[in-house]
Design a protein around this ligand. Structure first.
Ligand code: NAP
Length: 435
């Protein structure tokens, strides 16, 4: 019997577990370990609360989690409670599927002013991640600025723009719903340092902005390249640019109270204000090839709230080589060092959809199979029994998948009308819900 530890219970973790079970039916035991008492990582804490159909993929992970060979080990932090070296003693292979939960920073003056947040923190707040549930952003001001032209910027802008009724059927947490219902935001500016042809927004997600109850998207027609130039774009981007053209044609018509303005060719250079943010200093840009270059023309946008959505970084783990520039573990095709691997965003950085993690998971299992084939017989490592002994010795309180099912049932039972669940937003409450 081989023993495999997967650190992280998000999409990359569960696709890897699924691939391992398929590769070695009855010949591998898999422990999926998570620092939180609740599974599914990005699905629970990152995917927007009004995108329930995307969250449905967790049912597939549940099937894997309930299989005989797989165990969920919640509430155990690797790199804190247990070291990676200790896992390597206990398991034949360790796969880091820890995602990219830290914000990339712009490193601009004023970035630490109050009410400037990174998207990991802001998204974590409205999704009830225990680390960010207390964020308490001030939404009373008129002007919100969202930085970045990717799908996370769209998520943040849409969540800020929705009415209480538009959150029906979502699992947005109560504290965020209350704050958003009371919001004073009247203008959301999405700031992009490059142009329409360089956006990273996908058409389905961009299209949603055109169907909001009280908000209208607005694009400056002058920012759009000649329509003939769209022909050279790949089909997805071409559709997104066509949507920007539609938004430019609507204009900021006065019948909706909230405007979502796309400010393109606009790079933030500083945040201004005394304690709290009051503005963003912006430099107009132009393209030099595919790169944005400053024009020397500056202006200031009013900003009472800023959310930077410019990408994420993997959290470093003691003893694991880390690529500071790329913000992920140093690896060659998923291999970090003998018997230590990484997968998903921890391997390749924060790009792609949830489904992109599936081939990643299958791929890393192939690498492990190659390495196991060449390293001969298993050394009879202790696997999960060894982890249980270590946990008992350290007084760790392991949360099992059955425990999670009780937490899940309690969240479902606490849901407001029409919502799938009301999440627990702190670890003690999650642990208590196990009964
Ligand atoms: P992203 O797609 O990489 O977009 C990041 C944006 O930030 C880009 O527009 C980038 O502009 C901009 N940016 C980076 N550095 C900047 C700087 N210094 N100044 C100004 N702008 C800067 O990242 P993301 O939005 O965080 O999304 C991460 C991944 O999750 C993506 O693959 C995304 O598609 C996926 N996702 C999917 C969904 C969904 O399918 N519903 C929802 C959320 C996220 P440049 O291009 O100029 O660098």
């Amino acid at each position: 019997m081989r023993h495999l530890a997967i650190v992280g219970s998000g999409p990359a973790g569960y696709y890897t577990a699924e691939a391992a079970v398929k590769a070695w039916p009855d010949a591998v035991r898999v422990d999926v370990i998570d620092a939180l008492p609740v599974p599914f990582g990005l699905i629970r804490g990152g995917v927007a609360p009004d995108h329930q159909s995307i969250k449905a993929v967790s049912r597939r992970y549940e099937q894997v989690a309930l299989g005989e060979q797989v165990r969920f080990v919640g509430n155990v932090a690797i790199g804190g409670d247990v070291a990676v070296e200790e896992l390597l003693e206990l398991y034949d292979a360790v796969v880091l599927a820890t995602g990219a939960p830290e914000d990339r920073r712009l490193d601009l003056p004023g970035e630490s002013l109050a009410n400037v947040f990174g998207s990991a923190a802001f998204v974590g707040w409205y999704n009830g991640h225990p680390r960010f549930a207390q964020l308490d952003p001030d939404l009373s001001g008129k002007h919100a600025v969202v930085i970045g032209m990717g799908n996370v910027a769209l998520d943040v802008a849409r969540i800020l723009a929705k009415t209480q009724e538009e959150f029906a059927g979502s699992d947005i947490v109560a504290h965020a719903l209350a704050a958003l219902s009371d919001s004073g935001v009247e203008q959301i500016t999405i700031l992009g340092r490059r142009g329409p042809h360089q956006i990273a927004m996908t058409p389905k997600e961009l299209g949603e902005l055109g169907r909001l109850e009280r908000a209208v998207p607005c694009v400056d027609a002058g920012d759009l390249p000649p329509v003939e130039a769209d022909a050279a774009l790949e089909p997805g981007l071409r559709k997104s640019v066509a949507l920007l053209r539609q938004f430019a044609a609507i204009g900021a018509n006065g019948d909706k109270p909230l405007v979502i303005h796309f400010d393109l060719f606009a790079a933030p250079v500083a945040f201004t204000g005394t304690d709290r943010v009051a503005g963003v200093r912006v430099e107009r840009t132009r393209l030099d090839g595919d790169r944005a270059v400053g024009s020397g023309d500056f202006y200031e946008l009013p900003a009472d709230l800023v959310v930077t959505c410019i990408g994420y970084r993997t959290s470093p783990i003691k003893g694991v080589p880390y690529d500071e520039r790329a913000g992920r573990f140093v690896n060659a095709g998923g291999r970090i060092s003998p018997r230590l691997y990484c997968v998903g965003w921890a391997r390749r950085g924060p790009t792609g959809t949830i489904g992109t993690n599936r081939p990643d998971g299958y791929d890393v299992v192939e690498r492990i199979a190659e390495d196991w084939a060449s390293d001969g017989a298993s050394l009879d490592r202790k696997g999960r029994d060894g982890l249980d002994a270590l946990a008992a010795q350290r007084g760790l309180d392991i949360v099992t998948f059955r425990d999670w099912q009780k937490i899940d049932a309690a969240e479902v039972a606490a849901a407001r009308e029409g919502a799938p669940r009301e999440k627990f937003v702190d670890v003690p409450a999650m642990l208590e819900a196990r009964g």
